[in-house]
Design a protein around this ligand. Structure first.
Ligand code: AP5
Ligand code: MG
Length: 216
């Protein structure tokens, strides 16, 4: 099964994708995570992407579609994929169709996480992750069970994203409204879009997504 999680910054795409990895053995392909890894490693892609990401704008379609194709080639044909943060523009949606067709895959579901933008600023500015394993946390909504210690790996270092400040978040939201939300009708016309209340509790969101994937 191949699915897209679509929603503005902070909608919970990464949170729900990592749950699906755990519960269904699917693989999360997050272009944001891949780009951040490229920035950290100082690769040519990372060097190009860094300033664009720090400003909250979109990296070029060629770069992100290229890395998505490369990552898909590393996966077994039967591995289900969750696209998180891709596609984000009409040209990327077109590229994804070609990328999937070339690999004998097709899209099963596009799940839109519907959220209230004002609440997202709080979600994003409160977010932090374990520097060792990447487990996600939040100052108000999901603290580690033992303060300062990662629930998953026991790590004690945490980090925050450089683009998680209010000004950049507003730019990221504007980019979403202008360039990403307009791709929804492409998938609506195919009858594969489902909408989930992304403001609900994380567990309820996960249940709603599971129900869609199970055809309930
Ligand atoms: P990317 O990394 O994709 O960031 P984003 O789309 O802005 O989304 P986020 O990762 O901020 O949010 P999320 O929906 O994953 O939310 P999360 O689950 O963490 O992209 C970053 C940048 O890379 C872009 O700005 C762009 O420059 C570049 N880029 C990436 N892909 C690109 C592409 N395809 N084309 C061009 N450029 C690209 O949740 C947020 C917080 O809320 C967490 O702390 C979480 O614990 C909490 N939370 C989650 N769900 C709930 C809930 N139900 N209730 C309460 N709290 C919740
Ligand atoms: Mg994310």
């Amino acid at each position: 099964m191949n699915i897209i999680l679509l929603g503005p910054p902070g909608a919970g795409k990464g949170t729900q994708a990592s749950r699906l990895e755990e519960t269904r053995g699917m693989v999360q392909l997050s272009t944001g995570d891949m780009l951040r890894a490229a920035v950290k490693a100082g690769t040519p892609v990372g060097l190009k992407a860094k300033a664009v990401m720090d400003a909250g704008e979109l990296v070029s379609d060629e770069i992100v579609s290229g890395i998505i194709g490369d990552r898909l080639d590393e996966l077994g044909a039967g591995t289900g994929v969750i696209f998180d943060g891709y596609p984000r523009t009409a040209p990327q949606a077109e590229s994804l169709d070609a990328i999937l067709t070339e690999r004998g895959r097709s899209l099963d579901h596009v799940i839109e996480l519907a959220v209230d933008e004002d609440a997202l600023v709080e979600r994003i500015t409160g977010r932090f992750t374990c520097a060792t394993c990447g487990e996600g946390y939040h100052d108000s909504f999901k603290q580690p069970k033992i303060s300062g210690v990662c629930d998953k790996c026991g790590g004690t270092e945490f980090k925050r994203r450089p683009d998680d400040n209010e000004e950049t978040v507003r730019t990221r939201m504007a980019e979403y409204r202008a360039k990403t939300a307009p791709i929804l009708p492409i998938y609506e016309a195919r009858g594969i879009v489902s909408r989930v209340d992304g403001m609900a509790d994380m567990n309820d969101v996960a249940q709603a997504i599971t129900a869609i994937l199970d055809g309930r």
